[in-house]
Write a protein that binds this ligand. Structure first.
Ligand SMILES: Cc1cc2nc3c(=O)[nH]c(=O)nc-3n(C[C@H](O)[C@H](O)[C@H](O)COP(=O)(O)O)c2cc1C
Length: 327
């Protein structure tokens, strides 16, 4: 399981829990890191640098292993500047950052001067090449199956991943649709050096969200998500519910951002995550929800993925040997 990603991040298994707004809090991030993967908390969830500092300290109290902070680069008029979040990370000695949403260009000098390892999330080869030129250490590629933000072009992981791998020399982490050991083996077979999962980690014991959400994830299949906000140029794959269906309907009618905002605001997702009202708002969820069969702890999940991956590899070896013996 050693890859350039495990070496770069100082982790045991090439398995990362992607940053998740509201969901990726200290308890989940620490559990993933403690289990040998890389956990990530998000600055956007915390909102201010002092709250981020508190959350970082919570993770540190739970694990001594490496973890990261996700910085959302999507422009927002009210948010704390990312430079302030970075300053807190420097002071708290967290030196791995996952960037997403926009080009990390403006922040790269500050990050590199301060010795950060930068993992940048992209949706395709052209963005990966730009990120490599800017000096990021690794790219995460997410295809259309992903929970959260896929690209505008609807390209699935199956094509986006090898396209990115063929386009850059830095290590590539595969995301979007991964949930088990077969997925990990396939990502490695493509030439990726790790997997990043969000949706699958939501359905773990440590994910700090209402049990109604986890139970829904157990019952949902892969068709029960939908992409909204494409009209706004910011597509988002979310769980199918009353609100996302209403947004979909309004978008087909050409609704404006002002009309959509009351439905799509991230504040409403809190009703879902913390009160268990499944129709409380739109909330990110990927197609891999169809692969969620049980609620495990982060450690059980990572161990299961590793042992499934070993079984898959043994199976591949056996079938190759069999084919060679009958030639
Ligand atoms: C509930 C949820 C919230 C997310 N929030 C963020 C976020 O704030 N920033 C980000 O870069 N990605 C976010 N993502 C995307 C994940 O980090 C990850 O890239 C994605 O979930 C991988 O695809 P998968 O869901 O198929 O595993 C979110 C995903 C989910 C499911």
């Amino acid at each position: 399981m050693k890859t350039r990603i495990t070496e770069l991040l100082g982790i045991e298994y090439p398995i990362i829990c992607g940053g998740m707004f509201q969901v990726g809090r200290a308890e989940l991030a620490a559990a993933v890191s403690e289990a040998g993967g890389l956990g990530i908390i998000t600055s956007k969830t915390q909102g201010t640098s002092e709250k981020l500092r508190e959350e970082i300290r919570k993770v540190k109290a739970l694990t001594k292993k490496p973890f990261a902070v996700n910085l959302n680069l999507f422009p927002s008029q009210t948010a704390t500047p990312n430079e302030d979040f970075i300053q807190v990370m420097i002071e708290e000695d967290v030196r791995i950052v996952e960037t997403s949403g926009r080009s990390p260009k403006a922040l790269m000098p500050l990050l590199k001067e301060n010795g950060f390892t930068v993992l940048h999330k992209v949706v395709g080869a052209k963005y990966a090449m730009t990120a490599e030129r800017l000096g990021v250490d690794a790219v995460i590629v997410v295809g259309n199956e992903t929970g959260g933000h896929p690209g505008m072009s609807d390209v699935g992981t199956m094509v986006a991943l090898p396209r990115v791998i063929d386009s850059v020399r830095i290590p590539v982490i595969a995301g979007g649709g991964f949930a088990d050991g077969r997925g990990l083996v396939s990502a490695l077979a493509f030439g990726a050096e790790g997997v990043l999962m969000g949706t699958r980690f939501m359905a773990t014991k440590e994910a700090p969200i209402h049990d109604n959400v986890k139970q829904w994830m157990l019952s949902a299949d892969e068709t029960e998500t939908v992409i909204v906000q494409k009209n706004l140029g910011s597509p988002s794959r979310v769980a199918l519910n009353e609100v996302s269906q209403e947004v979909e309907r309004l978008e087909k009618e050409g609704a404006t951002i002002e009309q959509l905002l009351p439905l799509i605001t991230g504040q409403r997702a809190k009703h879902v995550y913390f009160e268990g009202d499944l129709d409380g708002g739109i909330w990110s969820c990927g197609q891999s929800v169809g692969l969620v069969k049980e609620i495990l702890s982060a450690e059980e999940l990572i161990q299961q993925i590793v042992s499934e991956a070993e079984q898959s590899l043994a199976f591949i070896r056996k079938s190759v040997e069999h084919r060679e013996s009958v030639k």
